[in-house]
Design a protein around this ligand. Structure first.
Ligand code: DLL
Length: 429
């Protein structure tokens, strides 16, 4: 298996060659890219060095929607062995098709991510991501198998049974979204178990943001080492980047994926270390190649090398999606900013929801619904009112806008076995 300790010069050369091959393959085999490159007067030979990649136009989610279902294919369909899709909230799903080679590279990449997180062939890993069109279940499954771990392919849902088998099978690695890990610990306690007695050692979490407060909560509840990994269907699925045990950002498998950070408004590449939108190009993909894909995810590339010694660059934790940005009365807000403020209050739990009250399509008001912890809960109105006031003041100084706060009883917000849905819209007349 490829490791993540590269000679940096060799790495650059390999990336350039990988990028050139990816562009050539797309141009020669994908009608979509042939058309796009021709329209922009670009030939694969124009990419002579890595700096030239900016000549190539971005691929956007809308391009993939329009190509539904097979418009992005660059091989005859009989060479596609598997199809995944991501639903999103609106519009047609995004479809991804994988050849045998794509599946092999994917599994190898995920295996490396798991190894970085400290998973060993002797581990028993319970995959509690959904198996199906979502890439999480199958993606982690084949990567863990490739690593040699024992895989329990549970899929999501059925929480009580998950817990029973976890105990009986002596599961050591839990694989799911961070919000499901929190929910499982709550259910475990309700059933009279102490989560830390399950013996879990490592958590492989991903698919949605995991704030520091969530991570701490999960580690404390389960007594495990939580690691975060990142990926997306359009590019491959999970396995684009993942944390080593230093927990200081996610190492990108740079021999497989070429990262760039751009200003989401201008599309211009940002200097090293600055925060912007992540653009990714997988360098090996045969079935549905994708070049310079605008992920919508906001992060930065960390310029310093990691104390673990791996030479692959790290990306910081995702602070939001460019399309998650809420604009109220001219103020730009990311849900992660609100989450950070809430995390500073020990009286509230990591469960929250943002309700956008809209009028004629515009956001008129923002309501932050946040659940109290059992310790934070009080039947004294005055205490709750004071807490509400403090949260509101903190949010106002961070956001320059004071949202409505609604304190909710413990365990009253809906729990999820997959990705948490934090934003709701309500149209007022
Ligand atoms: O969520 C792939 C995946 C599965 C990654 C399991 C890791 C583990 P999609 O359903 O296409 O694919 O959703 C991709 O989810 O663009 C991000 O906005 C978000 N996302 C994924 N991982 C993280 C993460 C999978 N670690 C979208 N932190 C991406 C924050 C994440 N957001």
């Amino acid at each position: 298996m490829q490791n993540d300790f590269f000679n940096l010069e060799e790495q650059k050369t390999r990336q350039l060659e990988g990028f050139q091959d990816a562009v050539k393959h797309a141009y020669e085999n994908s009608p979509f890219y042939r058309r796009t490159f021709d329209e922009n007067n670009i030939q694969p030979e124009d990419i002579k060095e890595l700096e030239d990649v900016v000549k190539i136009p971005f691929t956007r989610k809308s391009d993939l929607r329009e190509a539904y279902p097979y418009g992005m294919a660059a091989v005859p369909l009989e060479k596609i062995l598997r199809i995944h899709a991501s639903s999103g909230t609106t519009g047609k799903p995004i479809v991804a098709g994988y050849t045998k080679k794509d599946l092999e590279f994917w599994a190898e990449g995920v295996a490396r991510i798991c190894e970085m997180a400290g998973v060993k062939p002797s581990d028993i890993a319970q995959v509690s991501f959904g198996y199906g069109l979502f890439t999480g279940g199958f993606g982690l499954h084949y990567g863990l198998e490739k690593l040699g771990a024992t895989v329990v392919p549970f899929s999501s849902g059925n929480t009580e049974r998950q817990l029973t088998l976890m105990k009986d099978f002596k599961t050591s690695v839990l694989v799911c979204t961070p919000s499901f890990a929190i929910y499982m610990s709550e259910v475990a306690r309700e059933l009279g178990y102490e989560p830390s007695e399950f013996g879990l050692k490592i958590g492989l979490f991903g698919g949605e943001p995991c704030s520091e407060a969530m991570r701490e909560d999960i580690e404390k509840q389960w007594g495990l080492k939580a690691t975060v990994n990142y990926g997306l269907t359009e590019v491959i699925g999970p396995g684009v980047s993942g944390e080593c045990t230093e927990s200081r950002g996610m190492h990108i498998l740079e021999d497989l994926y070429y990262p760039e950070i751009i200003n989401p408004e201008t599309g211009i590449t940002l200097p090293a270390g600055e925060k912007g939108e992540l653009v990714l190009t997988p360098l090996f993909k045969e079935g549905f190649p994708i070049i310079r894909y605008r992920t919508g995810d906001i992060t930065r590339l960390i310029p310093e090398t990691c104390p673990c010694g791996r030479t692959t660059r790290r990306m910081d934790y995702i602070t939001g999606r460019s399309d998650d940005m809420i604009i109220i009365k001219g103020v730009n807000i990311f849900p992660s900013q609100i989450e950070e403020v809430l995390a500073g209050f020990r009286e509230v739990s990591p469960h929250y929801r943002l309700v956008l009250h809209k009028q004629k399509g515009f956001i008129k008001d923002l309501e932050v619904q946040v659940e109290l912890t059992p310790e934070g809960f009080s039947d004294r109105f005055r205490e709750l009112e004071a807490l509400e006031g403090r949260i509101r003041r903190h949010l106002r100084s961070t956001l320059s806008l004071a949202p409505r706060i609604k304190l909710m009883e413990p365990k009253s917000l809906e729990r999820t076995t997959g990705k948490a849905k934090r934003i709701l819209e309500s149209e007022e007349l």
